[in-house]
Every structure is written in structure tokens, then in C-alpha cells.
Design a protein around this ligand. Structure first.
Ligand code: SAH
Length: 239
């Protein structure tokens, strides 16, 4: 009994020492995410695809959060990343990624780069990610972080994402990670027929926002589905 305990202690320190990249914590996070989504009753229409979980297994989330909250990087909750922005809880990232139905070759627009974490998760699943962040220092540090970690198919720019990114449109998929009172029309316009958008909608005074899945039919017709209540930082407008 005692010998087993000592062995377990030795093993776990061995694992911790070999895990400077925090791989085992990440694995626990991914298992937690799969569990939460499977039991949440938040019927996204299907389970998480293994590719989505694998993408989250690969991204070192702890390198996307400030040092003072780094210890909590793999917990199942959102974390502050400065400038009133937050990195979403892993489950929300997983769910939004799944709803987007990312496919190799997709050109994706993200509004609200924040830390760059969601963009990094998408990076491994699609062709190209274009991400816009309105807070200049966040845009700059996300750009440097993503480049430093080798996410070569992600392009970040500072600006107001409400207007989308016309130069790179149309997009197969659009993901908005800040809540707007309504879906910005420029984003609907820049979505390719057959494309989809995931966006939280609500105002700061609402108790919660509603995560919407928007599908644009081949004929251009828009279909909206409410997925679940969420809480996001507000989409702010540039001058
Ligand atoms: N996806 C991010 C989390 C984003 S938090 C991540 O993975 O870390 C929401 C972000 O949206 C904040 O950084 C906020 O500054 C940004 N934002 C708010 N309004 C915006 C706008 N109009 N255009 C672009 N970004 C905006």
C-alpha cells in the first residue's frame, strides 16, 4: 500500500517534470470539455467531432493568458486577458468551433481576436483565418504570439470588425467572439452562400447573450438558430 503510494508520487512528479508543456492538464481539459458538452443538453445538433478535440489538445492555452492567471489556464472557466477582454471557457471555444463546422480549405473571419486562442484552435482545422481586434495592443500581442508559435495561416489586424474585412471576403465561415445587439449586416453580406456564422447576440444590460448559428443558403436566404445562453464582452464600435 505504502509502496504503491510512493510509486504513484514518484510517477506523478516524473510526469510533471516531463510536462513543461502541460500536456496532461490539456488532456484533462479536453476530456472535461467532451464530458460537459455531452451532458449539457445544449443541443448543438451533434457531438464534438474528434478533430475539434484534437485541435484543442494541440494548442498550448497557457501561452495565451497573462502570467498571473497562467496556473488556471486549463480550468473550465473564462479568464481575463487584459483590456476588459476575456478568453472564453474551453467548452465555449469547443462548442463555437464545432458549430462553425470548420473544413480544410475554409477561409474564416474572426471578429474579436483577443488572445488569439480561438484563432489558433481554428488554424489547424481550416485553410486560412483572418482575425480582427479593435484593441490595438491586444491585436499586436496576438499577432506576435501566433507568429511565434508558428500559426502561419492566421492574419491579424487591428480595427473594427463590425465592418468585416471586405478585401478577403467572401468567407466560408465567420465567428464573432463579442456580443452585438444585432447581427452586423456587413458580416451577413460577407458570408458566402452555403456558409455559416456563429455569433453571440445581446446587449450589456441583458442578463445573458444568445449564441446564434446563422446559415446562408445557396440561394442567399438566411436561417437563424438559437443555440444557448452565453455571456460575452460587448462588441464595441470604432470611431
Ligand atoms: N476570441 C478571443 C476572445 C475574445 S474576447 C480569444 O480567443 O482570446 C472579445 C474580444 O473582442 C475582445 O478582445 C474585444 O476587444 C474584441 N472586440 C470588441 N469589439 C470589437 C470590434 N468591434 N471589432 C473587433 N474586435 C472587437
Amino acid at each position: 500500500m505504502l509502496r504503491n503510494l510512493i510509486l504513484a508520487a514518484l510517477l506523478s512528479t516524473g510526469i510533471a517534470a516531463a510536462d513543461g508543456d502541460r500536456e496532461s492538464e490539456r488532456e484533462r481539459m479536453v476530456l472535461g470539455v467532451a464530458n460537459l458538452v455531452a451532458t449539457s443538453g445544449a443541443r448543438a445538433g451533434r457531438d464534438l467531432r474528434p478533430e475539434v478535440l484534437e485541435a484543442m489538445r494541440r494548442v498550448p492555452r497557457h501561452l495565451f493568458v497573462p502570467e498571473d492567471v497562467r496556473a488556471e489556464a486549463y480550468r473550465q472557466h473564462p479568464l481575463p486577458i487584459g483590456h476588459d477582454a476575456t478568453i472564453s471557457a474551453p467548452t465555449i471555444v469547443a462548442l463555437m468551433t464545432e458549430l462553425l463546422d470548420p473544413r480544410p480549405g475554409d477561409r474564416v473571419l474572426e471578429v474579436g481576436t483577443g488572445s488569439g486562442y480561438q484563432a489558433a484552435v481554428l488554424s489547424g482545422l481550416v485553410g486560412e483565418v483572418f482575425s480582427i481586434e479593435i484593441v490595438e495592443p491586444l491585436a499586436r500581442s496576438a499577432r506576435e504570439r501566433l507568429a511565434g508559435l508558428g500559426y502561419a495561416n492566421v492574419t491579424v489586424r487591428a480595427g473594427d470588425g463590425y465592418a468585416g474585412w471586405p478585401e478577403h471576403s467572401p468567407f466560408d465561415k465567420i465567428i464573432v467572439t463579442a456580443a452585438a445587439p444585432r447581427v452586423p449586416q456587413p458580416l451577413i453580406d460577407q458570408l458566402r452562400p452555403g456558409g455559416r456564422m456563429v455569433i453571440p447576440v445581446g446587449t450589456a444590460s441583458d442578463a445573458h447573450d444568445l449564441l446564434l448559428l446563422i446559415e446562408k443558403g445557396a440561394d442567399g436566404r438566411i436561417r437563424r438558430r438559437s443555440i444557448l445562453p452565453v455571456r460575452f464582452v460587448p462588441l464595441v464600435r470604432g470611431r
